[in-house]
Design a protein around this ligand. Structure first.
Ligand code: NAG
Ligand code: NAG
Ligand code: NAG
Length: 282
């Protein structure tokens, strides 16, 4: 009985040992010349050449227009708040294959937390919220994802209380993306920051808080507050941590209406802002 058990164990061990001689994955071959730094991967020359010949597809829409990307792609010329330099130097190839010193390309990011399409957390304008840890990792994914309304703001004004009233946003609407003159002026495509952008005036922000159920406010330039009332408007929105702000959305490729919004910021603990990928689904 004991002998049989021992024999079984030996057979099992032998089977495991012979199995380990095979590569872990058919696509991954191993040669003894490769040091541990190679990650055990040897590139197939033919496959690499074929991939190099392919042209990457850049899209604003997916699945025949059902999914629309409303995030701006990161680029050097993308404007940054109060800067003339845009987003210069945001991406750097820290380790490169070209000079043969490395086996993989490896880039580094250098960005402000409020670069491009991004969200603001309460700690952005309130010291006590910052200190208490109300960072982007605490934002509610149930607010950042769900039905949303895209509205067109009259092009001749900033977003005042009067403008907010005139939009007639129904009660119960929790997420609104405000398309303004900024989109027509293509301000996100101008490298130099433009303080004449359209945003909320303090009274417009207050009207929204007092008269609507909106918990997510999206805008089409770098700040939700018009330049002259930038901080006062932020204070109104974030004071009671009732609203999530999404800024610098790309609203060029959509029509006004109701969509499903998905907005996913990075889980940056300690950060009062974060780049976010935002999409609308029809
Ligand atoms: C290889 O290129 C990378 C990226 O350009 C650079 O940081 C690194 O210093 C280079 N290494 C050598 C040995 O030239
Ligand atoms: C790695 O970066 C170099 C530029 O230094 C580029 O020429 C090459 O195509 C990149 N390789 C891969 C695999 O992306
Ligand atoms: C919005 O306000 C800014 C100042 O904050 C101003 O420069 C701009 O002209 C205003 N835009 C409109 C359309 O009234």
């Amino acid at each position: 009985m004991e002998l049989l058990l021992l024999l079984l164990l030996l057979l099992t061990a032998a089977a495991v040992a012979s199995g380990s001689g095979e590569p872990a994955h058919p696509g991954y071959t191993h040669t003894d010349e490769e040091g541990p730094s190679s990650c055990g991967v040897v590139k197939e020359e033919a496959a690499a050449a074929a991939a190099a010949a392919a042209v990457p597809e850049r899209r604003e829409e997916f699945d025949g227009g059902r999914i629309v990307d409303i995030s701006h792609y990161y680029r050097e010329e993308m404007p940054a708040f109060e800067s003339a330099e845009g987003t210069a130097g945001f991406l750097r190839l820290a380790r490169s294959m070209r000079n043969g010193s490395d086996i993989a390309n490896f880039s580094e990011l250098r960005l402000t937390a409020h670069s491009g399409t991004h969200v603001d957390a309460p700690g952005h304008v309130f010291e006590h919220y910052f200190d208490a840890g109300f960072d982007v990792d605490t934002l509610d994914l149930a607010v950042l994802n769900g039905p949303a309304m895209l509205v067109d703001v009259p092009r001749d004004s900033n977003i005042t209380a009067g403008v907010m009233e005139s939009l007639h946003i129904p009660k119960g609407v929790r997420r609104v993306l405000f398309r303004t003159l900024n989109t027509d002026r293509k301000l996100m495509w101008k490298k130099e920051f433009d303080p004449s952008y359209v945003g909320f005036m303090k009274d417009g922000a207050q009207w929204l808080i007092d008269n609507t159920d909106i918990q997510l406010v999206g805008v089409d330039y770098l700040s939700v507050g018009a330049y002259d009332e930038c901080i006062p408007a932020h204070l109104v929105f974030l004071e009671k941590r009732e609203v999530i702000l999404v800024e610098a959305l790309n609203l060029e490729h959509v029509t006004a209406g109701i969509y499903t919004l998905h907005c996913l910021p990075l889980r940056l603990r300690g950060a009062e802002g974060s780049p976010a990928r935002c999409i609308l689904i029809k």
